[in-house]
Design a protein around this ligand. Structure first.
Ligand SMILES: C[S@@+](CC[C@H](N)C(=O)[O-])C[C@H]1O[C@@H](n2cnc3c(N)ncnc32)[C@H](O)[C@@H]1O
Length: 306
């Protein structure tokens, strides 16, 4: 535990770093690729749980770490045992920025290799950047190392795609109203209304029944498929499949109140899609269609589903 507090109050540091970014983008954006090992404390995505779903870059950094500050029960202890056995490990649960920042800063200043380990990908509901800003403000460089977000693990479990030709053209990563979001900021109903969106709800396991009740009250079709994937990729992974009308009761029976991904939309079943252009008309176009290629390849083929 660190004795010396943060030099700047974390909120002032966050404000100052945000103001700097508004004025000028960080040079490191243009100097490094995602995945590069860089100077400073890496904010690593642990992936959804299975240690094998950690990236190679993340694994290498953990193997070199002296201190790993991790996201508590959201990170599978098997992963910590497998890759961090040699390191000091500290859970960030119950620690505020005032405690976390000096802890990481002092270890870094002492020359120790520090890794901050977030669950899934740190860029999704990770609250990573506020720690990074506060550390940077105290002279400690930081950077991101991406991870597999839980929505991707859940879609793999469900053996489906989150985007599916003629079924779902968009994906929304969202969370339900509660302490953090007001009812006006909760857009789940809007995404369902759009019809061709797969809605992935983080931080909403405890609120599935209420969320579904609201969707029904707002007139949404009760037959729309919903899957809840608890602990995707963990040994105790559990999958509950239903519809807007039935999932609340099914989940209650299963008893999960946290750590699940809720996916709403027809992509849940993987049914009803059309074959893609990529392995159809586009694959068969000849030299004659070069014009199409020029028009579409640059703008679309490069971004076509693989
Ligand atoms: C604080 S958020 C962190 C999300 C994380 N950064 C990510 O990319 O998956 C925690 C929420 O992510 C979801 N989650 C995290 N790990 C999960 C897993 N293995 N299976 C299902 N959902 C998971 C749950 O909805 C949980 O409430």
């Amino acid at each position: 535990m660190s004795d010396s507090p943060a030099e700047t109050d974390p909120q002032s540091a966050i404000d100052a770093q945000g103001e700097r970014r508004r004025e000028e983008l960080d040079d490191r954006i243009f100097e490094h690729n995602a995945g590069d090992e860089q100077e400073g404390i890496p904010f690593v995505g642990a992936g959804p749980g299975d240690p094998r779903l950690l990236t190679v870059a993340g694994k290498e950094l953990l193997e070199e770490a002296d201190l790993v500050v991790h996201a508590g029960s959201l990170v599978n202890s098997e992963l910590l045992e497998e890759y961090c056995d040699h390191a000091e490990t500290v859970s960030s649960i119950g620690k505020d920025l005032e405690e976390l920042i000096p802890l990481m800063r002092d270890a870094y200043d002492e020359g120790r290799n520090v890794v901050r380990l977030h669950s899934g990908d740190p860029a999704i509901y990770g609250a990573a950047i506020e720690q990074m800003d506060a550390l940077e403000h105290e002279g400690v460089p930081t950077y991101f190392v991406p991870g597999v977000t839980s929505a991707f693990a859940a879609s793999a479990t469900l053996r489906t795609q989150l985007t599916l030709n003629e079924v779902s053209n968009h994906v929304a990563f969202t969370r339900p109203q509660g302490k953090t979001l007001t009812p006006e900021e909760d857009h789940i109903s809007d995404f369902i209304e759009m019809g061709d969106v797969t809605t992935c709800i983080y931080l909403g396991t405890h609120a599935v029944s209420e969320t579904m009740d609201r969707l029904i009250e707002e007139g949404h079709d009760e037959e729309i498929p919903v899957a809840v994937v608890y602990h995707a990729s963990w040994p105790d992974e559990d999958v509950i499949v239903g519809t807007i009308g039935t999932i609340g009761e099914k989940l209650e029976e299963a008893g999960h109140r946290a750590s699940a991904m809720v996916i709403i939309g027809d992509a849940v079943t993987g049914a009803g899609y059309e074959r893609s252009f990529l392995y159809g008309d586009w694959a068969n176009r000849g030299e004659d269609s070069e014009e199409d290629t020029d028009n579409e390849a640059d703008s679309e083929t490069a971004e076509t589903p693989q």
